[in-house]
Design a binder for this molecule. Structure first.
Ligand code: HEC
Ligand code: HEC
Length: 387
């Protein structure tokens, strides 16, 4: 009886390990693509934002910009198909686009997102905002480069469940439209995980936003900001509200280059690497964080472009509205041990922002001028499988 039982257990274990390696039959669909590919290689970045540079895989070498990827029209086209293809998940249920919706600037409107087999992501799904300009990616800055990032969600069992990338290669080979697309992108039909990563990186890298009302206003085009919006813009950049000291530069995100306030990592004396803040800081959301992010409750200072579309807000999606976010900065900041010094009086005492309700309204009105509807409706970023 015992032997029978152990035989049975062995059998069950064996069949489990088999199903893990098994390639689930892919769904065949047909992507609709233009005959001449879109010009993904022409990047339109906001004034004052440039391709990230200087930091490369934790080795500081200014001659190697971290996010240099060579974007070609066919490479990014393949990336677009992969991004929207549910076949990239183990059981054909989840695509990158399941949690990254174009009409929401590639966030998904959920506090947490549902991935492979109904599992819930531990963090709020991020918008994709000019990632080619970023030195640090993910809420906890754990990736330096888009190429490093792009296969992680596929392998992550919460997101897409494809732990074995050789299985992915064998699966994609069998799908009618891929061989031709790999050939156009890379010269031969061979499907490799490196090429999948490369194409996805090219597509993600091509996603740029620079055509908001704010940008047109800054470029002196015939766009006006109303009085409230202009008040908000001035406050945003003021010492009183301090927003732009963190959400800075053309991308309104962490200033995290080697010589920037939230960067560092340049070489100090004797060639030592100076403490690198990785674009992350602690804004006192809690006295004790359940998720400590990059460490000590520090999270990447995110870009505020398209912020109107990307709620709920913060790494754990705790705030539903921008009003709640502004209320946090005025009434909610907690005196966490590692709170950013900007929210203290210089002697270690808590000092929240002092903004009136009109000032908060003005800042929110300004934030809404950062919405770029051209990006969220641009066909080159859209779902090619949509009938
Ligand atoms: C189940 C939901 C889900 C799926 C599927 C998913 N993502 Fe994400 N994505 C997230 C979450 C959640 C984060 C934030 C994770 C973190 O910071 O730990 C994120 C972060 C990102 C970021 C970081 C943006 C930034 O500014 O740092 C990029 C880029 C990205 N995902 C691309 C992809 C790609 C490409 C795929 C498909 C291969 C994909 N995602 C699949 C939920 C998802
Ligand atoms: C000390 C740096 C700092 C200052 C000053 C600051 N922020 Fe932030 N901001 C952050 C960080 C870090 C986060 C992400 C925190 C997290 O998720 O744990 C954040 C998150 C946000 C978010 C949510 C973003 C998202 O994608 O979910 C908004 C909106 C925002 N800040 C607006 C503002 C405004 C408006 C001001 C000025 C009144 C401001 N911030 C001042 C560092 C700062």
């Amino acid at each position: 009886m015992n032997r029978l039982l152990s035989l049975l257990i062995l059998l069950v274990m064996f069949s489990f390990s088999c199903t893990n390696k098994e390639v689930i039959t892919p769904d065949q669909q047909t992507p609709k693509l233009p005959e001449t590919p879109y010009s993904y290689n022409v990047l339109s970045l906001p004034a004052g934002a440039s391709q990230a540079g200087g930091i490369f895989d934790d080795v500081i070498d200014p001659s190697k910009p971290s996010n240099t990827i060579n974007i070609t029209p066919w490479g990014a086209t393949l990336g677009r198909v992969l991004f929207y293809d549910k076949n990239l998940s183990l059981n054909n249920t989840i695509a990158c686009a399941s949690c990254h919706h174009q009409d929401k600037a590639f966030a998904d409107g959920q506090q947490f997102s549902t991935g492979f087999q109904g599992r819930i992501t531990p963090r709020n799904s991020m918008a994709i905002i000019n990632p080619i300009t970023q030195n640090n990616l993910f809420w906890d800055s754990r990736s330096r480069t888009i190429s490093d990032l792009s296969l992680k969600p596929v392998q992550n069992h919460i997101e897409m469940g494809m732990e074995d990338l050789d299985v992915l290669e064998r699966k994609l080979e069998k799908i009618s439209y891929y061989p031709a697309l790999f050939k156009k992108a890379f010269g031969t039909e061979v499907v490799t995980k490196e090429r999948v990563s490369e194409a996805l990186s090219q597509f993600i890298g091509s996603i740029t936003t620079s055509r908001s009302r704010f940008d047109f206003f800054m470029n002196n085009d015939l766009v006006h900001l109303n009085e409230l919006e202009r008040l908000g813009m001035n406050l945003f950049n003021s010492d009183k509200a301090k927003c732009s000291s963190c959400h800075g530069g053309g991308n309104m995100s962490a200033q995290d280059g080697p010589n920037d306030p939230y960067g560092g990592g340049g070489t100090g004396s004797f060639g030592s690497v100076v403490n690198d803040l990785r674009g992350a800081t602690n804004i006192g959301l809690d006295l004790q964080y359940k998720d400590n992010g990059f460490g000590d409750g520090k999270f990447r200072i995110p870009s505020l472009r398209n912020i109107e579309l990307t709620g709920p807000y913060m790494h754990d999606g705790r705030f539903k509205t921008l009003e709640e976010v502004l209320d946090h900065y005025t009434d909610g900041i907690k005196p966490h041990k590692h709170l950013d010094v900007k929210f203290t009086d210089g002697h270690g005492n808590l000092k929240r922002l002092d903004l009136s309700s009109v000032e908060k309204k003005a800042i929110i009105a300004f934030l809404k001028t950062l919405t770029d509807k051209e990006m969220t409706t641009d066909p080159k970023y859209s779902d090619p499988f949509k009938p």
